[in-house]
Write a protein that binds this ligand. Structure first.
Ligand code: C2O
Ligand code: CU
Length: 477
């Protein structure tokens, strides 16, 4: 394929241009130590959306429902459009998405577009970016996504309850170019804590969940089923999109002998695909895989979660069956995005801000989770931001986990790269919007915020977020 070369050259040109621009801006002064990092960042992802004029209208209603989930039993849930998982919304890059949302829940709610770089007013954070949508109320979410990839949406009001009850859906932003896949499959990984009546255990934010890693259920599902099955033909090529929508559970899927490559993490393409050898999907994370089936493939492969080794969970079966599919697309290169900065030298720069994570007694739930000793209470959106950054500047943030619990750290409105774990440089060839921290771990991340506004930073263990582990970051022009 010759297409790789022009794009690589174009990238190199971009980098040079950016380097010149940065150098030009600093003429007369010694070049700032961030300059090379910013130069490398140029072109990492588009600064602005590029609307193509098409509008994609969606009506979305949240309401109580009773569904034959979990293999036939009647489960009382809260659902978008009467489905759990909610509908998968597919748009093309450049399309404008207009979601007319109606709340028929017994509680106020909002929709947050996880991982999508939206205008701040569309981010769905109650009180901060919009008033909560009261029962019976409506709100129109209207934006043009800037990035193609796998994203999702969920409430940002009492999320530990609302997400657990079934409110989440996938948003897929397709590339402008046709995809080299025979099919595009979404697997939403979740777990449910059921009581003896096989209904959702009705107490949320229990002391147990708050003190540990959030609410881990007793039933694990993929797309709401305990027996998800993907049937493909020999010779097919599948884009498999995984999302972890659980409140607290981490999944580490074992794909056995499947020939799979990771092509995207948290929506964005990798610098180049890497063979799949396991990946820890924390709550909020997405993982896109390029899975190829040989012309002579047949049989069945079980996909098993092995995050917690002593207790593996069967997730799904992949069955290869039927006659060989035509092979036109098999030889196309996997999509890649190429311009993911390495940011060598980032760890030599000073830390912009350190955040210590810990728990203490107190607050509405009896235990509070804090960033630097501050617990966020649902409506304190007048509280000053935890950090103010100028758009277009590089920042190194450090998180120190003083606790023994898991904390997937999630940032709204921006992507970041993991720079180090426990001071050991990390070399992940991709951006993230959520990164898992283990007990007593320290991580460093690097980022260049571009979108102006007040963006939340929080733990995606939803019970931890509910009990205070949330803070806003300000990005100023
Ligand atoms: Cu998916 Cu603020 O979160
Ligand atoms: Cu946490």
């Amino acid at each position: 394929m010759t297409t790789r070369h022009p794009s690589r050259r174009a990238r190199a040109a971009l980098t040079t241009l950016a380097a010149l621009a940065v150098a030009g801006a600093c003429r007369g002064r010694p070049a700032s130590p961030e300059a090379p990092l910013l130069a490398e960042f140029a072109g990492a992802y588009p600064r602005e959306a590029r609307p193509n004029g098409r509008v994609h209208e969606v009506a979305l209603t949240a309401a109580e429902a009773e569904l034959p989930l979990l293999d036939g039993g009647k489960l009382r849930v809260w659902a978008y459009e009467g489905q759990v998982p909610g509908p998968t919304i597919r748009v093309r890059l450049g399309d404008r998405l207009r979601v007319r949302f109606t709340n028929h829940l017994p509680q106020p709610t909002t929709i947050h577009w996880h991982g999508v770089r939206v205008p701040n007013a569309m981010d769905g954070v109650p009180h901060l970016t919009q008033p909560p949508v009261a029962p019976g109320g409506t709100f129109v979410y209207d934006f043009v996504p800037k990035d193609a990839g796998t994203f999702w949406f969920h409430p940002h009001v009492r999320s530990s309850e609302q997400v657990e009850r079934g409110l989440y859906g996938v948003l897929i932003v397709e590339d402008e170019r046709p995809a080299p896949y025979d099919r595009d499959v979404v697997w939403v990984l979740d777990d449910w804590l059921l009581d003896e009546q096989r209904q959702i255990f009705p107490q949320f934010n229990t002391m147990h969940d708050l003190m540990h890693d959030g609410r881990w259920g007793n039933v694990v599902t993929v797309n709401g089923r305990t027996s998800e099955r993907l049937v493909v033909r020999p010779g097919e090529r599948v884009r498999l999109r995984l999302l972890n929508s659980a409140n607290g559970r981490v999944f580490k899927p074992d794909l056995g002998a499947l020939d799979a490559r990771i092509i995207a993490v948290d929506g964005l393409y990798l610098r180049e695909p890497i063979p799949y050898r396991g990946f820890e999907l924390a709550p909020g994370n997405r993982l896109d895989l390029d899975v190829r089936f040989g012309a002579a493939a047949s049989g069945m492969q079980a996909v098993v979660d092995r995050f917690y080794e002593p207790q593996p969970h069967h997730l799904a079966d992949v069955v290869v069956d039927g006659v060989e599919a035509p092979s036109a697309r098999r030889s196309f290169p996997s999509p890649a995005h190429a311009h993911v900065p390495v940011w060598r030298g980032a760890l030599a720069l000073p830390i912009t801000k350190s955040f210590e994570i810990d728990a203490r007694r107190g607050g509405e739930h009896g235990i509070e989770w804090t960033f630097n000793g501050q617990a966020f209470a649902g409506h304190d959106h007048d509280a000053p931001p935890g950090l103010t950054m100028r758009a277009g500047t590089f920042h190194r943030l450090r998180f120190t986990n003083k606790s023994y619990r898991l904390h997937p750290i999630h940032l709204h409105g921006m992507f970041f790269r993991l720079l180090a774990r426990n001071d050991v440089p990390a070399d992940e060839p991709f951006f993230r919007d959520t990164v898992l921290m283990r007990g007593r771990e320290t991580i460093d991340i690097g980022l260049v915020p571009e979108d102006v506004g007040r963006w939340m930073m929080h733990c995606h263990v939803l019970e931890h977020a509910e009990a205070g582990m949330m803070m806003s970051l300000a990005v100023e022009p």
